[in-house]
Structures are given as structure tokens and as C-alpha cells.
Design a protein around this ligand. Structure first.
Ligand code: PGA
Length: 251
């Protein structure tokens, strides 16, 4: 069996207080926490209340932080704030934020630095678009996304830390026709060797994300390099989420 398997619920801008209350009670009954590490990333307004009311077994994350220091950033929050509330993980570089919120490499570098300095674990998302894949640029794109951080000036000065890298092909997110595990196995082999060579700061964990649900999670969990899943839409369906947890328990 693999080491404790990670399931990350990326709730995006979904769910309301009543939904999260129900999620907490129903997933707590799932009793799979011996071999599953469940991280929920709710919208930030719900985080504090959820951390306070959750049973043991749940871990918490947020979907982004500003990466900026100082106070004059209306609408922003930094990593030390979410650490204080009880988050342990922060998602960085999600394709929806790269695409719609103009989070380019220089933004992801400052977010990464802020997350690690706050003692939190980055969940660093990488992935190529359908066009980039069609032009055989996948490895080049994900390498550029990772090396932007690893070769930045601030990276060398960061304290020892672990990293979670989520390979999420953009074309597989929110897709009608999801990827199958075989079609992304080359990328995972490449990522495993790349991280072994380039990331010596701590441990790395590799996750897959993109239209994961109870019906296909096992095929990704079976890939030898994959030790976790990032679940988007299905995390807003409690039965589907229970299905994912139960299917992945034992991997
Ligand atoms: P999806 O989203 O599971 O709805 O495709 C995954 C993600 O964006 O992290």
C-alpha cells in the first residue's frame, strides 16, 4: 500500500454554510482517515467556522493567497492569516487563476514564498492547455511552471519544506470527456524524476486533478507515482466525495 493517500477537495466558489456542515458530518462518518489524508479547501469566508467545528481527521487548505506583503491591498489576504485560522495547505498556480486572475510566474513565485514562510505546504498546480498538448509542448510547459519557482532567487533562501505538485491538464478540468490514466502516465513519470532531481528541500507528493470522481479515481490512484487526487466539481457532491474516499481507501 502507498503512504497515506491525499484527497484534496477544491470547492472553488461552491458550497454554502449548510452544505459544509452536512459535508463535515457525513464525511466524518466515512471513517477512512487511517489511510486517507483529506484536505478540504472551502471558500475562505467559511474556513474559520469549519476549522472550529470539524472533527479530527479533516485538514484544511485555501485556494489562493495574495503573495503580497504589507496592508494596502484591499480585498487580499496573506498566508499568515490563513495559517492563523487553521489552514495547513495553499493551492498555488491553479489554471483558473492563471487564466482569469492573471497569476503569472512572478505571482506564483511570491505566493510560494509567502506560503512556505508562513509554515504552510504549497499545493502547486501545473498543466498544459489542449493546444499546447496538441503541439507536444506538455513537458516544456510544466517544466517552465515548476522551474519558475525552483530557479527563483527567493527559493534558495526558503526553509526546508515539503511540496505537493498537482498535475492538472487544463483540458481535463471541468471536462465532459475526462483524461484516462494511461494518457497522463508519461507526465507523471517525468514529474517524479524531475522532482527527485530538482526538489531536495523536503518530500514531494504528486497528485492528479481534472474531472476526478468516484468512477475514475482508482485508475489515477493506481499510477505508481500518484499519491493523491485533487477533486473539483465532485467535491460539491457529498455522495460523490464519499465514493472517492472509499474507492481510494486502501491505495
Ligand atoms: P474538476 O476540477 O474536478 O471539476 O475538473 C478540478 C480542479 O480544477 O482542481
Amino acid at each position: 500500500m502507498k503512504k497515506q493517500f491525499l484527497v484534496i477537495a477544491n470547492c472553488k466558489q461552491g458550497g454554502r454554510a449548510a452544505f459544509f456542515d452536512q459535508m463535515l458530518s457525513e464525511l466524518a462518518d466515512c471513517a477512512v482517515f487511517d489511510d486517507i489524508n483529506l484536505v478540504v479547501m472551502p471558500p475562505v469566508p467559511y474556513l474559520g467556522q469549519l476549522v472550529r467545528s470539524s472533527a479530527s481527521g479533516f485538514q484544511w487548505g485555501v485556494q489562493m493567497v495574495s503573495g503580497r506583503s504589507g496592508t494596502a491591498w484591499t480585498g487580499s489576504y496573506d498566508a499568515s492569516m490563513v495559517a492563523e485560522i487553521g489552514a495547513q495547505y495553499v493551492c498555488i498556480g491553479h489554471s483558473e487563476r492563471r487564466q482569469h486572475d492573471r497569476e503569472n510566474s512572478s505571482v506564483t513565485i511570491s505566493q510560494y514564498q509567502q506560503v512556505v514562510e508562513a509554515g504552510l505546504t504549497p499545493i502547486f498546480c501545473v498543466g498544459e492547455t489542449a493546444e499546447q498538448r496538441a503541439q507536444s509542448q506538455t513537458i516544456q510547459i510544466i517544466e517552465a511552471q515548476l522551474s519558475a519557482v525552483f530557479s527563483s532567487d527567493c527559493f534558495a533562501k526558503l526553509p526546508k519544506h515539503d511540496i505537493i505538485v498537482a498535475y492538472e491538464p487544463v483540458w481535463a478540468i471541468g471536462a465532459d470527456k475526462p483524461a484516462d490514466a494511461q494518457s497522463v502516465s508519461t507526465e507523471f513519470s517525468w514529474l517524479a524524476s524531475y522532482l527527485t532531481a530538482q526538489f531536495s528541500n523536503g518530500q514531494h507528493t504528486l497528485c492528479y486533478g481534472g474531472s476526478v470522481g468516484p468512477g475514475n479515481c482508482r485508475q489515477f490512484a493506481r499510477l505508481p507515482e500518484v499519491n493523491g487526487l485533487l477533486v473539483g466539481r465532485a467535491s460539491l457532491d457529498i455522495e460523490a466525495m464519499k465514493g472517492v474516499l472509499l474507492e481510494c481507501s486502501g491505495y
